[in-house]
Design a protein around this ligand. Structure first.
Ligand SMILES: Cc1cc2nc3c(=O)[nH]c(=O)nc-3n(C[C@H](O)[C@H](O)[C@H](O)COP(=O)(O)OP(=O)(O)OC[C@H]3O[C@@H](n4cnc5c(N)ncnc54)[C@H](O)[C@@H]3O)c2cc1C
Length: 297
């Protein structure tokens, strides 16, 4: 059965005319020939089951703030979760179930109003909850996994499963989930606090970002930090990469672990060349293998 027939059967529309450049924060990437938006769990479950039976591969996207797409047409099915996947539901005292496509600044803002602490770190993270969990995103020492209770995933065969935090393998910059499964929601336990204290933390986080974060299209940090003592930005700075340009992309002069598409004309291969240069120089100088944080498709 073709992708077209499966989508028709399940009444899932295909979005024509979008490119990787339109939907990613990097503003890079060719035409997305099979971009689909799924609006509820039942449809997602049936869709994954069909793809599983027909052996059709797919990629799940959040807010596309940590991905690098190829410049050519992308024929792989790209799934985005929308509508019913964006919600915050109270399940118990200070416990909440949050849908995977809910945006992080919205979550942070909602709990600030409720005087509940836990999501202050995420106030300006340009991401959805699903992507944030998958990447175990962090800011100023806090990881999303710190406040996590459990996640709900849709398995490739369509089954929905809840996995408690103690059963998850959690490492820096990744919460491991079964291959090809999709995070649909997660539960969190928050702490009641003085609202002024929460607002002050959020203000401080926003100011810190404003002061330290490079401007321009990017995916945030390009490499994972090999260790706390040797952050990637410091290593890349020491080998002199700040300001190094390849085509339309450049190592930021503000923070060496950020590659920015400051011209808005960068190609995927410009960024990959810069990544290779960074890896090579840091390996040669420090004998450290840098690993990319950005997910390269
Ligand atoms: C300006 C800027 C600032 C940033 N600041 C930070 C920061 O402070 N800290 C930090 O850690 N990162 C930061 N990032 C990087 C990025 O925002 C994070 O990695 C974020 O968690 C990615 O979320 P997303 O929704 O955009 O995911 P995407 O980029 O869409 O996807 C990232 C990965 O998650 C997978 N994924 C997405 N949704 C799901 C799902 N529902 N189920 C299963 N897998 C899924 C995708 O397949 C992909 O492999 C920044 C990026 C930018 C552009």
């Amino acid at each position: 059965m073709s992708v077209e027939l499966i989508l028709k059967d399940l009444n899932i529309p295909k979005f024509e005319g979008k490119t990787g450049s339109d939907i990613t924060t990097f503003k890079i990437g060719g035409a997305l020939k099979n971009l689909i938006y799924v609006n509820n769990k039942q449809k997602l479950s049936k869709l994954l089951q069909k793809f599983y039976e027909e052996q059709i591969s797919y990629t799940i996207l959040g807010n596309s703030s940590n991905v690098l797409f190829p410049d050519d047409e992308i024929h792989n099915v790209i799934i985005k979760l929308v509508e019913e996947f964006s919600n915050i539901n109270k399940i118990d005292e200070n416990k909440f179930q949050i849908g995977a496509s809910t945006l992080m600044p919205y979550i942070s803002n909602t709990f600030e109003k409720e005087a509940l602490s836990g999501f202050e770190f995420a106030c300006s993270l340009p991401a959805e909850l699903g992507g944030t969990l998958y990447m175990n995103a962090s800011f100023r020492g806090q990881n999303i996994s710190d406040i996590l209770e459990s996640i709900e995933i849709c398995m490739p065969n369509g089954d929905l499963q809840i996995i408690n935090k103690d059963k998850l393998e959690i490492i820096p910059k990744q919460i491991k989930i079964p291959k090809n499964s999709v995070i649909t929601s997660a539960a969190f336990c928050l702490i009641s606090k003085n609202k002024a204290e929460i607002s002050s933390k959020i203000r401080e986080n926003k100011e810190f970002r404003q002061r330290t974060q490079p401007k321009g299209a990017s995916c945030g940090c390009i490499f994972k930090n090999p260790s706390a003592e040797a952050p990637a930005g410091m290593l890349l700075d020491k080998v002199g990469l700040k300001g190094t340009r390849e085509g339309g992309a450049m190592y930021s002069t503000v923070h060496a672990n950020w590659i920015i598409n400051d011209t808005l004309k960068a190609t995927s291969s410009d960024v990959k060349k810069l990544i290779d240069i960074g890896k090579e120089k840091v390996l040669k100088e420090f004998n450290i293998n840098l690993e990319t944080e950005v997910v390269i498709f």
